[in-house]
Design a protein around this ligand. Structure first.
Ligand code: SF4
Ligand code: FES
Length: 247
Protein backbone atom coordinates (compact mmCIF):
# COMPACT_ATOMS: atom_id res chain seq x y z
CA UNK A 1 0.00 0.00 0.00
CA UNK A 2 1.33 3.44 -0.95
CA UNK A 3 2.13 5.86 1.86
CA UNK A 4 -0.92 8.02 2.62
CA UNK A 5 -3.32 5.61 0.90
CA UNK A 6 -6.33 4.79 3.09
CA UNK A 7 -6.41 1.22 4.36
CA UNK A 8 -9.48 -0.68 3.11
CA UNK A 9 -11.68 -1.87 5.98
CA UNK A 10 -11.52 -5.61 6.77
CA UNK A 11 -14.31 -7.41 4.92
CA UNK A 12 -16.50 -7.95 8.00
CA UNK A 13 -16.34 -4.27 8.96
CA UNK A 14 -18.86 -1.68 7.89
CA UNK A 15 -18.49 2.09 7.82
CA UNK A 16 -20.83 3.79 10.25
CA UNK A 17 -21.40 7.46 11.10
CA UNK A 18 -21.98 8.29 14.76
CA UNK A 19 -23.64 11.65 15.41
CA UNK A 20 -22.91 12.51 19.02
CA UNK A 21 -24.43 15.37 20.97
CA UNK A 22 -21.55 17.05 22.72
CA UNK A 23 -21.62 19.43 25.66
CA UNK A 24 -18.79 21.10 27.49
CA UNK A 25 -19.72 24.15 29.58
CA UNK A 26 -16.05 25.19 29.61
CA UNK A 27 -16.17 25.65 25.82
CA UNK A 28 -19.73 26.63 24.93
CA UNK A 29 -23.02 27.31 26.67
CA UNK A 30 -25.00 25.32 24.12
CA UNK A 31 -24.57 21.69 23.08
CA UNK A 32 -23.51 20.81 19.54
CA UNK A 33 -23.38 17.71 17.33
CA UNK A 34 -20.15 16.03 16.15
CA UNK A 35 -20.05 13.42 13.39
CA UNK A 36 -17.48 10.62 13.52
CA UNK A 37 -16.99 7.84 10.99
CA UNK A 38 -15.79 4.42 12.11
CA UNK A 39 -15.08 1.10 10.42
CA UNK A 40 -16.64 -1.30 12.85
CA UNK A 41 -17.95 -4.84 13.18
CA UNK A 42 -21.77 -4.71 13.05
CA UNK A 43 -21.81 -7.26 15.89
CA UNK A 44 -20.00 -4.78 18.11
CA UNK A 45 -21.96 -2.73 20.60
CA UNK A 46 -22.45 1.02 20.73
CA UNK A 47 -20.20 1.01 23.81
CA UNK A 48 -17.40 -0.54 21.72
CA UNK A 49 -17.85 2.26 19.16
CA UNK A 50 -17.68 4.91 21.90
CA UNK A 51 -14.49 3.34 23.23
CA UNK A 52 -12.98 3.29 19.75
CA UNK A 53 -13.93 6.94 19.23
CA UNK A 54 -12.49 7.99 22.55
CA UNK A 55 -9.29 5.99 22.27
CA UNK A 56 -8.58 6.66 18.59
CA UNK A 57 -10.33 9.87 17.53
CA UNK A 58 -11.25 12.21 20.38
CA UNK A 59 -9.98 11.64 23.90
CA UNK A 60 -12.27 14.38 25.24
CA UNK A 61 -15.43 12.39 24.49
CA UNK A 62 -16.99 11.77 27.90
CA UNK A 63 -19.38 9.01 28.97
CA UNK A 64 -19.94 6.70 31.91
CA UNK A 65 -19.53 2.95 31.87
CA UNK A 66 -18.21 0.34 34.23
CA UNK A 67 -19.17 -3.32 33.86
CA UNK A 68 -19.77 -3.28 30.08
CA UNK A 69 -22.19 -6.18 30.52
CA UNK A 70 -25.59 -4.76 31.48
CA UNK A 71 -25.11 -5.06 35.23
CA UNK A 72 -23.96 -1.72 36.66
CA UNK A 73 -26.50 0.51 34.91
CA UNK A 74 -24.05 3.33 34.26
CA UNK A 75 -24.24 3.69 30.46
CA UNK A 76 -27.89 4.52 29.75
CA UNK A 77 -28.08 7.00 26.87
CA UNK A 78 -30.40 7.99 24.05
CA UNK A 79 -29.44 6.00 20.97
CA UNK A 80 -31.41 6.88 17.86
CA UNK A 81 -33.86 8.73 20.09
CA UNK A 82 -34.52 5.84 22.46
CA UNK A 83 -33.10 5.15 25.91
CA UNK A 84 -30.85 2.10 25.88
CA UNK A 85 -27.72 0.74 27.53
CA UNK A 86 -24.78 1.30 25.17
CA UNK A 87 -23.24 -2.00 26.31
CA UNK A 88 -26.38 -3.96 25.37
CA UNK A 89 -27.05 -2.35 21.99
CA UNK A 90 -25.56 -4.01 18.92
CA UNK A 91 -24.70 -1.79 15.98
CA UNK A 92 -26.44 -4.18 13.57
CA UNK A 93 -29.74 -3.83 15.47
CA UNK A 94 -30.07 -0.06 15.07
CA UNK A 95 -29.88 0.54 11.31
CA UNK A 96 -26.20 1.38 10.78
CA UNK A 97 -26.92 2.50 7.21
CA UNK A 98 -28.02 5.86 8.61
CA UNK A 99 -26.06 8.00 11.08
CA UNK A 100 -26.53 6.65 14.59
CA UNK A 101 -27.37 9.45 17.02
CA UNK A 102 -26.13 9.26 20.59
CA UNK A 103 -27.23 11.75 23.27
CA UNK A 104 -27.34 12.02 27.04
CA UNK A 105 -30.54 10.87 28.75
CA UNK A 106 -33.14 13.63 29.25
CA UNK A 107 -34.52 15.32 32.34
CA UNK A 108 -31.27 15.38 34.34
CA UNK A 109 -28.77 18.24 34.15
CA UNK A 110 -26.07 17.59 31.52
CA UNK A 111 -22.54 17.85 32.90
CA UNK A 112 -20.37 16.90 29.91
CA UNK A 113 -21.18 15.09 26.67
CA UNK A 114 -23.13 11.94 27.65
CA UNK A 115 -22.73 12.42 31.39
CA UNK A 116 -25.61 13.89 33.43
CA UNK A 117 -25.98 14.77 37.10
CA UNK A 118 -27.50 11.64 38.67
CA UNK A 119 -27.87 13.14 42.18
CA UNK A 120 -31.64 13.90 41.93
CA UNK A 121 -32.24 10.40 40.58
CA UNK A 122 -30.42 8.74 43.48
CA UNK A 123 -32.01 11.11 46.00
CA UNK A 124 -35.48 9.96 44.89
CA UNK A 125 -34.25 6.36 45.25
CA UNK A 126 -33.00 7.05 48.78
CA UNK A 127 -36.25 8.81 49.68
CA UNK A 128 -38.35 5.65 49.25
CA UNK A 129 -36.23 3.74 51.82
CA UNK A 130 -34.83 1.03 49.53
CA UNK A 131 -33.92 -1.40 52.31
CA UNK A 132 -35.61 -4.05 54.41
CA UNK A 133 -37.22 -2.65 57.58
CA UNK A 134 -38.06 -5.03 60.42
CA UNK A 135 -38.81 -4.52 64.10
CA UNK A 136 -38.46 -6.63 67.22
CA UNK A 137 -35.71 -8.97 68.23
CA UNK A 138 -33.06 -10.03 65.79
CA UNK A 139 -34.10 -13.33 64.22
CA UNK A 140 -32.41 -16.50 65.38
CA UNK A 141 -32.78 -18.07 61.93
CA UNK A 142 -33.42 -16.84 58.40
CA UNK A 143 -36.67 -15.01 57.63
CA UNK A 144 -38.78 -17.56 55.80
CA UNK A 145 -40.71 -16.59 52.71
CA UNK A 146 -42.83 -18.84 50.49
CA UNK A 147 -42.23 -19.10 46.75
CA UNK A 148 -45.47 -17.17 46.16
CA UNK A 149 -44.44 -14.40 48.56
CA UNK A 150 -41.07 -14.11 46.85
CA UNK A 151 -42.65 -14.10 43.39
CA UNK A 152 -44.82 -11.12 44.38
CA UNK A 153 -41.91 -8.70 43.97
CA UNK A 154 -39.51 -10.74 41.84
CA UNK A 155 -39.78 -8.48 38.79
CA UNK A 156 -38.78 -5.32 40.64
CA UNK A 157 -35.69 -6.94 42.19
CA UNK A 158 -34.08 -6.84 38.74
CA UNK A 159 -33.58 -3.06 38.66
CA UNK A 160 -30.00 -1.91 38.01
CA UNK A 161 -30.75 1.80 38.61
CA UNK A 162 -29.78 2.82 35.10
CA UNK A 163 -32.40 5.65 34.96
CA UNK A 164 -33.51 4.67 31.45
CA UNK A 165 -37.12 4.59 32.69
CA UNK A 166 -37.13 7.82 34.72
CA UNK A 167 -35.36 9.78 31.99
CA UNK A 168 -37.84 8.59 29.35
CA UNK A 169 -40.85 9.86 31.34
CA UNK A 170 -42.47 13.07 30.02
CA UNK A 171 -43.70 13.94 33.53
CA UNK A 172 -40.13 13.78 34.83
CA UNK A 173 -38.87 15.87 31.89
CA UNK A 174 -41.38 18.58 32.69
CA UNK A 175 -40.43 19.45 36.22
CA UNK A 176 -37.95 16.88 37.54
CA UNK A 177 -39.82 16.86 40.89
CA UNK A 178 -41.68 13.61 40.26
CA UNK A 179 -40.07 10.68 42.10
CA UNK A 180 -39.96 8.87 38.77
CA UNK A 181 -40.48 5.24 37.75
CA UNK A 182 -37.18 3.87 39.09
CA UNK A 183 -37.83 5.10 42.64
CA UNK A 184 -41.34 3.62 42.54
CA UNK A 185 -40.01 0.30 41.20
CA UNK A 186 -37.60 0.15 44.13
CA UNK A 187 -40.34 1.06 46.60
CA UNK A 188 -42.47 -1.72 45.06
CA UNK A 189 -39.65 -4.18 45.67
CA UNK A 190 -39.97 -3.63 49.45
CA UNK A 191 -43.67 -2.73 49.79
CA UNK A 192 -44.62 -6.19 48.51
CA UNK A 193 -41.90 -8.05 50.42
CA UNK A 194 -43.70 -10.12 53.10
CA UNK A 195 -40.75 -9.68 55.51
CA UNK A 196 -40.80 -5.89 55.41
CA UNK A 197 -42.68 -3.73 57.92
CA UNK A 198 -42.42 -0.25 56.39
CA UNK A 199 -44.87 -0.62 53.51
CA UNK A 200 -47.29 1.95 54.96
CA UNK A 201 -44.46 4.43 55.40
CA UNK A 202 -43.30 4.00 51.81
CA UNK A 203 -46.87 4.32 50.54
CA UNK A 204 -47.26 7.61 52.40
CA UNK A 205 -44.01 8.87 50.87
CA UNK A 206 -45.38 8.06 47.41
CA UNK A 207 -48.79 9.58 48.23
CA UNK A 208 -47.04 12.96 48.02
CA UNK A 209 -47.89 15.48 45.27
CA UNK A 210 -44.66 14.45 43.53
CA UNK A 211 -45.38 10.79 44.07
CA UNK A 212 -47.09 7.96 42.29
CA UNK A 213 -50.20 9.90 41.19
CA UNK A 214 -48.11 11.94 38.77
CA UNK A 215 -47.77 8.88 36.53
CA UNK A 216 -49.77 9.30 33.32
CA UNK A 217 -49.36 5.67 32.20
CA UNK A 218 -47.53 6.48 28.98
CA UNK A 219 -45.57 3.18 29.15
CA UNK A 220 -42.34 4.93 28.03
CA UNK A 221 -40.70 3.53 31.15
CA UNK A 222 -41.65 -0.06 30.41
CA UNK A 223 -40.43 0.29 26.82
CA UNK A 224 -37.12 1.76 28.01
CA UNK A 225 -36.22 -0.74 30.72
CA UNK A 226 -33.22 -2.85 29.61
CA UNK A 227 -34.09 -5.44 32.26
CA UNK A 228 -37.57 -6.02 30.90
CA UNK A 229 -39.22 -4.96 34.15
CA UNK A 230 -42.95 -4.22 33.83
CA UNK A 231 -42.40 -0.75 35.24
CA UNK A 232 -45.85 0.69 34.51
CA UNK A 233 -47.49 -2.38 36.04
CA UNK A 234 -45.41 -1.94 39.20
CA UNK A 235 -46.50 1.71 39.41
CA UNK A 236 -50.14 0.67 38.98
CA UNK A 237 -49.77 -1.90 41.76
CA UNK A 238 -48.41 0.74 44.11
CA UNK A 239 -51.33 3.04 43.22
CA UNK A 240 -53.77 0.20 43.94
CA UNK A 241 -52.08 -0.56 47.27
CA UNK A 242 -52.49 3.11 48.19
CA UNK A 243 -56.23 2.90 47.56
CA UNK A 244 -56.88 -0.50 49.12
CA UNK A 245 -54.07 -0.46 51.71
CA UNK A 246 -53.63 -4.13 50.92
CA UNK A 247 -50.23 -5.37 49.87
S1 SF4 B 1 -36.62 -0.04 36.29
FE1 SF4 B 1 -35.43 -0.69 34.47
S2 SF4 B 1 -35.05 1.24 33.36
FE2 SF4 B 1 -35.68 1.82 35.42
S3 SF4 B 1 -33.77 2.12 36.54
FE3 SF4 B 1 -34.45 0.00 36.89
S4 SF4 B 1 -33.42 -1.22 35.31
FE4 SF4 B 1 -33.26 0.92 34.67
S1 FES C 1 -21.57 -0.52 31.44
FE1 FES C 1 -22.58 -1.48 33.12
S2 FES C 1 -24.61 -1.66 32.40
FE2 FES C 1 -23.57 -0.95 30.65
Amino acid sequence: MEKGEAEAPASHLITVTFRIRRFNPEIAEEPWWDDFTLDIDPKDRVLDALHQLKWEKDGTLTFRRSCAHGICGSDAMRINGRNRLACKTLIKDINPEKPITVEAIKGLTPLKDLVVDMDPFFQAYRDVMPFLVTTGNEPTRERHQSDEERARFDDTTKCILCAACTSSCPVFWNDGQYFGPAAIVNAHRFIFDSRDEAGEQRLEILNDRDGVWRCRTTFNCTDACPRGIEVTKAIQEVKKALITRRF
